[in-house]
Write a protein that binds this ligand. Structure first.
Ligand code: C2E
Ligand code: CA
Ligand code: CA
Length: 627
C-alpha cells in the first residue's frame, strides 16, 4: 500500500517531468527566437548595404549624367517623369527667363520650352513629352522655340527616354540644336527653286505658262481624261500678220501685240481652259472635259472675233487676226505628240483657207461642226430678215366637224432653199438658245393674226403655241407673253401653251412653278407628245394642265397595231380619270378617226382634216367653215 509520502513523491515526480518538458520547449523557442533575430539583423544589414549601394549608384549615375550634360556644348535639359526639370546644363541655365517659371525650385519643362505650333504658355496637357514618357520610345526630332533665347529661333530638340535598372522610364534627356540658319538656308533654296521653276515654266512677257509647262500639262490632262473618260480639245492659235507688225513697227510694239493678244484670248476662256504661249506668236489652249467638239468651235470662234478687233498700241491701230487648228482627244489621237501634230496641221489648213478662221483636224468633224455653225449663223440672219412665218393646223371635233382651235407651227421661208420645216432647225435653235427668239416671233405673229381674224369675224378657236423649255425657263417669258396678249387684245381663254412631256419632266419642280403662273393668268396648258416622255403620274397630278396630246407615233398604225391601240385607250382612260381634255395628233385616215371616236377621243388634229396652212390658206379654211 503506498503511503502518503509515496503519493507525494510520485506527484512531485510528475510535476518535475512536466517542468522539464516546458523548460525544453522554452529553450527551443528561445533558440528559434535568437535564430530569427539573427536572420533579421543579417537582412537589415544587407538591406542597408544595398540602399547605401543604390544611393551611391544613383548619385553616381546623377553625377555621371551631370558630367555628360555639362560636357555637351548644346543646350541640354533632363526632365523628370512629372515634367519638372531635373537638370539643365549651363547653356540653358544662363539664359532662362525666370519670370516664366512659377515654382523656381521645381520649374516645369513646359514653362521653359515653347513648342512650335503649341499655345503659349504650354500646359501640361499639350506637352509633347507626354507621349515619349508613355511610349518609352526614343523620339523623333521636335522643333520648338525655347524661352532661354531672347528672340524666337528654330530649335531642333532630340529627346530620348531615360531608363532605370528595371527598365522603367524615369525621365527624358533632351538635346537642343539651333537650326535657324539651316532652316533659313533651306527656305532660301526653296524660294530660289520656285523662282527657277517659274522662270522655267512661265513666259515673262505674257506671264503665261510656256512650252515646257504645256508639254507637262497636256500629258497630265490626257492621262486624267483617259481615267475619267472625258474629252479634251487642243487649240493651236497663230497670229496671222504678226511678222509684219514686228518688221514694220518694231519689236517693242510686237511685244505689246503679244501681251494684248494673250489678254484677249484669256477673256474668252472657261474655267477648265488653260492658255499657254509656246513662243513667238504661237499660243495653245487646252480645253479639259468638253462635252462635245462644238465647245471647241465656240471658243475658237470667240478667239477669232476677239483678235480681229483692231488693237490700239501707242499711236498705231493694228489689225491682226488669227488662225486656229483644233484636235480632239480621244477622237483624233490618243497621245500628246499626235494631238499636237494634228492641231498644228489643222492650223495650217486654216491659214491656207484664207486665215482669220479655225479648222478641225478631222474633216468629218469639221464638216459637221461647220454645218451646224453655218446653220446657227443663218438662223440669226433669218431672225433679222424676218424669214420665219407661222403656219396653222386646225384642231377639229370629229363628231361635229367643229373647229376647236389651231396650232401655230413655225416655218422658215428661206430665200433660196424655200420652205423649211422645224425638224431641220429647231434642235440647233434649242442648243444655241435662238429658239427663244423664234418662239417670241411666232407668239407675236400668231397673236397678231388671230386678233386680225377675230376682228374680221372669223373664229379660229384656241390658239395653241409651242413653247420650248428654254423659253419656259426664260425669266422674261411671262412678262413678254403678258405684253403681247395686251398688245393684240388676246383673251387668255383663247390661248393654250404646248409643252412637250419630256421637257416638263426634266425639271418638274421648277416647271410646276412656271406653269402655275401661266395657269393663274387663265392660260390653258397642253402636254405635247404625250406617251413618249416617261411622265411620273404623281407629278402629272400636280401640274396645272388641262389637256393631253396623244403623240402621233401611237396613232400612225391604228387601229391594226394592238400595242398602239392599247396605249391609246390607256391614255384616253387616264385623261378621263384625271379630268383632262384629250386630243390625238397625226390623224391621217378615216380608220384612225373612227377608232378614236369609238374610244371617246373625238378631238383630232392631222392631215385627215388639214395639213398646217399658211395664214392665207387658213383664212380661206376659216371662211369656209364659218359658212
Ligand atoms: P409638234 O408640236 O408635235 O407638232 C406637230 C407636228 O406634226 C408638226 O410638224 C405637224 O406638221 C406634224 N403633223 C400634223 N399632222 C400630221 C399628220 O397627220 N401626219 C404627219 N406625219 N405629221 C403631222 P412640224 O410643223 O414639222 O413641227 C415639228 C415640231 O417642231 C413640232 O412638233 C414642235 O415640236 C416643233 N415646233 C413647231 N413650231 C414650233 C414653234 O413655234 N416653237 C417651238 N418651240 N417648237 C415648234
Ligand atoms: Ca405641238
Ligand atoms: Ca406633238
Amino acid at each position: 500500500m503506498p503511503t502518503e509520502s509515496d503519493r507525494e513523491i510520485s506527484k512531485l515526480k510528475r510535476e518535475l517531468s512536466l517542468y522539464k518538458q516546458t523548460f525544453e520547449q522554452h529553450k527551443n523557442i528561445d533558440k528559434k527566437y535568437n535564430e530569427v533575430v539573427d536572420k533579421l539583423k543579417e537582412s537589415k544589414e544587407t538591406l542597408e548595404l544595398k540602399v547605401q549601394e543604390r544611393t551611391k549608384d544613383l548619385k553616381e549615375k546623377q553625377r555621371f549624367l551631370e558630367s555628360i550634360v555639362n560636357g555637351i556644348e548644346d543646350p541640354v535639359i533632363v526632365i523628370n517623369k512629372d515634367y519638372s526639370i531635373n537638370m539643365m546644363n549651363r547653356v540653358v541655365k544662363d539664359y532662362i527667363h525666370e519670370e516664366h517659371i512659377k515654382d523656381k525650385n521645381s520649374p516645369k519643362c513646359y514653362e521653359v520650352l515653347q513648342y512650335r505650333d503649341a499655345p503659349c504658355p504650354l500646359s501640361f496637357i499639350d506637352c509633347p513629352l507626354k507621349k515619349i514618357i508613355s511610349t518609352k520610345e526614343s523620339t523623333k526630332t521636335l522643333y520648338c522655340r525655347v524661352m532661354y533665347l531672347d528672340s524666337p529661333r528654330e530649335i531642333e530638340a532630340i529627346s530620348s527616354p531615360l531608363f532605370d535598372d528595371e527598365n522603367d522610364c524615369y525621365g527624358i534627356i533632351q538635346v537642343h540644336r539651333d537650326i535657324t540658319e539651316h532652316v533659313q538656308t533651306r527656305r532660301d533654296l526653296e524660294k530660289q527653286k520656285n523662282e527657277f521653276n517659274y522662270q522655267a515654266h512661265f513666259d515673262t512677257l505674257t506671264d503665261l505658262p510656256n512650252r515646257l509647262f504645256f508639254n507637262e500639262e497636256l500629258l497630265h490632262t490626257v492621262k486624267k481624261s483617259q481615267r475619267d473618260k472625258t474629252k479634251i480639245a487642243l487649240l493651236f492659235i497663230d497670229l496671222d500678220r504678226f511678222k509684219e507688225v514686228n518688221d514694220t513697227l518694231g519689236h517693242a510694239c510686237g511685244d505689246r501685240v503679244l501681251q494684248e493678244s494673250a489678254l484677249r484670248i484669256k477673256k474668252t476662256l472657261r474655267a477648265n481652259d488653260t492658255l499657254f504661249r509656246l513662243g513667238g506668236d504661237e499660243f495653245t489652249v487646252i480645253m479639259e472635259n468638253i462635252s462635245n467638239p462644238e465647245d471647241a468651235s465656240k471658243l475658237a470662234q470667240r478667239i477669232v472675233v476677239e483678235l480681229e478687233n483692231p488693237m490700239k498700241i501707242r499711236h498705231n491701230t493694228i489689225y491682226i487676226s488669227s488662225s486656229i487648228g483644233i484636235s480632239i482627244y480621244p477622237d483624233d489621237a490618243l497621245n500628246t505628240s499626235d494631238l499636237i501634230r494634228y492641231a498644228d496641221s489643222a492650223m495650217y489648213k486654216a491659214k491656207e483657207d484664207g486665215r482669220n478662221n479655225f479648222k478641225f483636224y478631222s474633216s468629218e468633224l469639221g464638216k459637221k461642226v461647220t454645218e451646224k455653225f453655218d446653220l446657227e449663223v443663218s438662223i440669226r440672219n433669218a431672225l433679222q430678215n424676218k424669214e420665219f412665218v407661222v403656219y396653222y393646223q386646225p384642231q377639229v371635233e370629229a363628231t361635229t366637224n367643229r373647229l376647236l382651235g389651231v396650232e401655230a407651227l413655225v416655218r422658215w421661208m428661206h430665200p433660196t432653199l424655200g420652205l423649211i420645216t422645224p425638224d431641220k432647225f429647231i434642235k440647233i435653235a434649242e442648243e444655241t438658245g435662238l429658239v427663244i427668239n423664234i418662239d417670241d416671233e411666232v407668239m407675236h405673229m400668231a397673236m397678231e393674226q388671230i386678233s386680225l381674224w377675230r376682228h374680221n369675224n372669223l373664229n379660229p378657236g384656241t390658239l395653241a403655241l409651242n413653247v420650248s423649255v428654254k423659253q419656259l425657263e426664260n425669266k422674261h417669258f411671262v412678262q413678254k407673253l403678258k405684253e403681247t396678249m395686251k398688245k393684240f387684245d388676246c383673251n387668255p381663254e383663247y390661248l393654250e401653251i404646248e409643252v412637250t412631256e419630256s421637257n416638263i419632266m426634266k425639271k418638274p419642280q421648277e416647271n410646276i412653278v412656271k406653269l402655275n403662273i401661266l395657269h393663274k393668268l387663265g392660260i390653258k396648258i397642253a402636254v405635247d407628245d404625250f406617251g413618249t416622255g416617261y411622265s411620273s403620274l404623281s407629278y402629272l397630278k400636280k401640274f396645272p394642265i388641262s389637256k393631253l396630246k396623244i403623240d402621233q407615233s401611237f396613232i400612225r398604225e391604228l387601229p391594226e397595231n394592238e400595242d398602239d391601240s392599247a396605249i391609246t385607250k390607256a391614255v384616253i382612260a387616264l385623261s378621263e380619270s384625271l379630268h383632262l381634255q384629250i386630243i390625238a395628233e397625226g390623224v391621217e385616215t378615216k380608220e384612225q378617226k373612227d377608232f378614236l371616236i369609238q374610244n371617246s377621243c373625238p378631238n383630232i388634229q392631222g392631215y385627215y382634216y388639214s395639213k398646217p396652212l399658211s395664214s392665207k390658206d387658213m383664212e380661206a379654211f376659216l371662211r369656209k367653215s364659218s359658212l
